[in-house]
Write a protein that binds this ligand. Structure first.
Ligand code: ZN
Length: 339
C-alpha cells in the first residue's frame, strides 16, 4: 500500500519550480516526448524526465496548473537509521518522523513548502475475524461510538470535535464580520488540522480495539459524504461531511495495513431499531428505549450494536436479485471497501 507523508522543508525551490513550469508548458505546446528538447531549460534530467512523462504522455491535460518537482525512487537516498532522505541531484536533505517500517520510497514531490514522500508499506495478511465490531459515526456528541456485541462493551470516541467546530465557527464569524478574511482562512486551516488529528486518534483507537478482539469492522454505507470542504454553501454540513470522509479513509487504510477486514452495511434504521429484539424503538436525542422488550440504551451504542450485527451490503441478496449491475461496487468482498 502506498502512503504519502508531508514534510515541511526550508529550502527555496522557486528557481527549479520555475524551470519545471516552463518545461511543462513547452511539452504541452510542442507535444514532445524527447528529453533532448527540454535540455535547454537546464533542470536536472531525472526531474525533467518526470515532467516530460507526465505532460508528454497525457492527452487529457490541457493546462499547466501546479507543477511540483517529482523525484523518482532511484534518485532518492534514504537512511532509516538517521531518518534522513537525501536527493543528490538537488543536494537536498530532510529528516522525517513518519513510520520507519516502509519498504521503499516510491517518489518524492516537492513544492516550495513541502516534500510529499510516498512510500510503499507492506500490508499484514488479513485476519479471520472472530467477531465484528460496529462503528456508529455521528455529527453530534461523539464522532464515533464502537460497539462489540460479544463483550457488550462500547467505546465512545472524539467528543471534542463538535466543541472545536463550534468554537472555531464563532471565531470565524467574528473575523468575517470584521472583514479579516485572511485570518478566516488561517483559522479554518487550524480547525482542519485539529479535526484531522482527532480523526487519526479515533481511527487508531478503533483499529486497536479490532485487533485486541480479533474483530472485523463494520461501518454504515453513508451516501453523499464529501472528499473535501469545497463547493458546499453550508459550511456546517460541509465540515461534517469531509470530516466523516476523512475518518472513513483513515479507518480504511489503517485496517488494510493491519489486515483487519472492513465492510459496509445498510444505514437504514440503525438508530431506530432495537439491537436486542429488532423491533422499532423510540430514540429521543441520545436515549434509546424499546417498548417491546424494555431495552434502554445510549442511542449511539444501540446503533453501533445494530451495525455490528447487520450483514455486509450485497450479502444474502443474490437469490432475490440476479441483475449483476446491482452488485457493482458492493462491498461483499472480504476486504470490504478499498481505498
Ligand atoms: Zn427490543
Amino acid at each position: 500500500m502506498i502512503l504519502t507523508f508531508k514534510i515541511k522543508h526550508n529550502r527555496d525551490f522557486s528557481s527549479e519550480l520555475g524551470k519545471a513550469r516552463k518545461i511543462a508548458e513547452f511539452v504541452l505546446t510542442h507535444k514532445t516526448r524527447s528529453s533532448k528538447d527540454v535540455k535547454q531549460f537546464n533542470l536536472k534530467s531525472a526531474i525533467a524526465n518526470q515532467i516530460l512523462r507526465k505532460y508528454g504522455n497525457n492527452e487529457t491535460i490541457k493546462n499547466v496548473n501546479k507543477v511540483k518537482l517529482t523525484v523518482p525512487s532511484q534518485s532518492v537516498n534514504a537512511n532509516k537509521e538517521n531518518r534522513t532522505i537525501y536527493i543528490p541531484c538537488l543536494k537536498f536533505s530532510v529528516t522525517y518522523d513518519f513510520r520507519n517500517d516502509y519498504e521503499k520510497i516510491n517518489q518524492i514531490e516537492l513544492d516550495n513548502e513541502y516534500a510529499y514522500v510516498s512510500v510503499n508499506i507492506n500490508e499484514a495478511p488479513q485476519i479471520v475475524p472472530q467477531t465484528w465490531i460496529g462503528v456508529d459515526r455521528n455529527t453530534t456528541g461523539h464522532i464515533a461510538v464502537v460497539g462489540n456485541p460479544d463483550t457488550g462493551k462500547i467505546m465512545k470516541l472524539g467528543k471534542e470535535a463538535l466543541h472545536i467546530h463550534k468554537k472555531y465557527k464563532n471565531i470565524r464569524r467574528k473575523m468575517q464580520r470584521e472583514g479579516k478574511y485572511g485570518v478566516v482562512k488561517r483559522i479554518r486551516d487550524r480547525e482542519s488540522r485539529i479535526i484531522k488529528n482527532i480523526n487519526h486518534n479515533v481511527s487508531k483507537a478503533i483499529i486497536e480495539t479490532a485487533k485486541k478482539n480479533n474483530a472485523g469492522i463494520k461501518l454504515e454505507k453513508l451516501e453523499g459524504i464529501r472528499k473535501n470542504r469545497k463547493h458546499t454553501r453550508n459550511f456546517n454540513y460541509s465540515l461534517h461531511s469531509w470530516s466523516f470522509y476523512q475518518l472513513q479513509t483513515f479507518i480504511e487504510y489503517k485496517a488494510k495495513l493491519c489486515g483487519i477486514p472492513l465492510t459496509y452495511v445498510e444505514p437504514k434504521n440503525t438508530s431506530k431499531d432495537c439491537s436486542r429484539c429488532g423491533s422499532e424503538g423510540i430514540r429521543d436525542a441520545k436515549k434509546f428505549v424499546c417498548q417491546s422488550c424494555g431495552h434502554v440504551d445510549h442511542a449511539d451504542a444501540n446503533a453501533s450494536f445494530n451495525i455490528s450485527q447487520r450483514p455486509p451490503i450485497g450479502e444474502g441478496r443474490s437469490q432475490l436479485n440476479t441483475d449483476r449491475d446491482v452488485f457493482k461496487g458492493s462491498t461483499d468482498t472480504p476486504q470490504g471497501a478499498t481505498l
